[in-house]
Ligand binder design. Structure first.
Ligand code: GUN
Ligand code: ZN
Length: 434
């Protein structure tokens, strides 16, 4: 295959490290007039345009953007494909919300044609919002995951997903059994895990909807294949936590249920964790597990305020999640807008560079993919986005008053949304254009 080399010239910004660990200034790299060079789906060079241009062939194809910022593609560490059709469901908190809206909506995925239709809408929506990697819950039906991976594979996206395992405390039409969930997950792993840029996540919905037998088999699967992911929910809602205590009286709290069944580890992502205690944060950090912070969902479902400073104190890996359909936006920019307010309500600050980190490199670290995505370091996958400073009249006017990249970034995260994402590239290919 001939070498395909292309370059993109614009303001360019990416994270280098967690500001909580190295301080804000050392946490990012910014090129006011930068150049990003892509070869065969990977980044081959990044730097100041004035440094790189003389070293490139005169005939190289360069796309030059005015009033735009290139960043890594955004990473959503918690989202539900089969809840695309129920975003913004009125009036309930978690447990009633699941019964009233979520389970009936997810039941439609028994129909393969429906699964394929929604997978298409869902992936388009991710890309429209600049999300290039997501950790995705399917429904209990294997066809939801097949439809998702088939669509993701066509675009060579780096995606992680799994079929929900759920064998109790849900309607009969939506439950599997411990054994069938094991067999179906295994078949999906064999088909998809490690294919192209796709990865499989063992997906017990949450402790209340799995029997001890099912949780044990989920843990067994993780031991049977290398580098599998595990995703579930934890400590999102106070009623939910009491329910887990009643269902598993022999265990020492919610996290201990998952710990007992060997579900903690370096590729395990626990959604929410709003009500985790210090000891649980320490145990999650010790095992290399990660938490997905889902601010729009936590506010919309009235779940509570995630304590990011506590997670930082324990050096716990945290990614950002939209949690569609408990969350209300596919946009990680809008998710950061709400994250900032969640911190404000706790008397804490979320700096724009910490926000950038959460939506990119922090998410990549939570998923143990920082050598592939989440930055623009040469050698990594060419998954990046172009944000348009003139996306709306207000954004355009407001950004003219910004004095530096910190202010620009913060305004982009506060006012920005899908309209701000001019283009999305995955493995060097244009996969969304406004
Ligand atoms: N806990 C168990 N299932 C779900 C779900 O679908 N969404 C959210 N937000 N929490 C859950
Ligand atoms: Zn969720």
């Amino acid at each position: 295959m001939p070498l395909t080399r292309k370059a993109y010239r614009a303001a360019i910004l990416h994270s280098l490290a967690d500001p909580a660990e190295v301080g804000v200034e050392a946490s990012y790299e910014y090129f006011e007039d930068g150049l990003l060079v892509i070869e065969n789906g990977r980044i081959s060079a990044l730097g100041h345009a004035s440094d790189l241009l003389p070293r490139l062939p005169a005939d190289i194809d360069i796309t030059h953007y005015q009033d735009a910022l290139i960043t890594p593609g955004l990473i959503d560490t918690h989202i539900h494909l089969p809840q695309t059709g129920m975003v913004g469901a009125y009036g309930e908190q978690l447990l009633d919300w699941l019964n009233t809206y979520t389970f009936p909506c997810e039941s439609q995925f028994a129909d393969t044609a429906h699964a394929e239709e929604v997978a298409d809408i869902f992936i388009k929506e991710l890309l429209r919002n600049g999300t290039t990697t997501a950790l995705v819950f399917g429904s209990v039906h294997p066809q939801s995951v097949n439809a998702f991976f088939e669509a993701a594979e066509k675009l060579d996206l780096r995606m992680i997903a799994g079929k929900v395992m759920m064998d109790r405390n849900a309607p009969d039409y939506l439950t599997d059994t411990a054994e069938s969930s094991y067999q179906q997950s295994k078949a999906l792993i064999e088909r998809w895990h490690g294919k192209g840029r796709l990865h499989y996540a063992v997906t017990p919905r949450f402790a209340p909807t799995s029997t001890p037998e099912q949780l044990a088999l989920a843990g067994q699967l993780l031991g049977e294949y290398p580098d599998l992911y595990m995703q579930t929910h934890i400590s999102e809602n106070k009623q939910e936590i009491e329910w887990v205590k009643a269902l598993f009286p022999e265990r020492d709290g919610y996290l201990d249920v998952y710990d007992h069944y060997k579900l903690l580890g370096e590729r395990s992502v626990f959604a929410h964790g709003v009500h985790l205690c210090n000891e649980e944060c320490a145990r999650l950090a010790e095992t290399g597990s990660a938490v997905a912070f889902c601010p729009t969902s936590n506010l919309f479902l009235g779940s509570g305020l995630f304590n990011l400073p506590m997670a930082e104190k324990h050096k716990l890996n945290v990614g950002l999640g939209t949690d569609i359909g408990g969350g209300t936006s596919f946009s990680l920019l809008q998710t950061l807008n709400e994250a900032y307010k969640v911190m404000q309500l706790q008397g804490a600050r979320l700096s724009p560079f910490k926000s950038l980190y959460l939506a990119t490199l922090g998410g990549a670290r939570a998923l143990r993919l920082e050598d592939r995505i989440g930055t623009l370091q040469p050698g990594t996958d060419a998954d990046f986005i172009v944000l348009d400073y003139n996306a709306t009249p207000l954004l355009s006017y407001r950004l003219k008053q910004a004095n530096n990249i910190a202010e620009t970034l913060f305004v982009l995260m506060t006012l920005g949304d899908d309209r701000t994402v001019l283009q999305t590239y995955a493995a060097g290919q244009l996969v969304h254009q406004l």
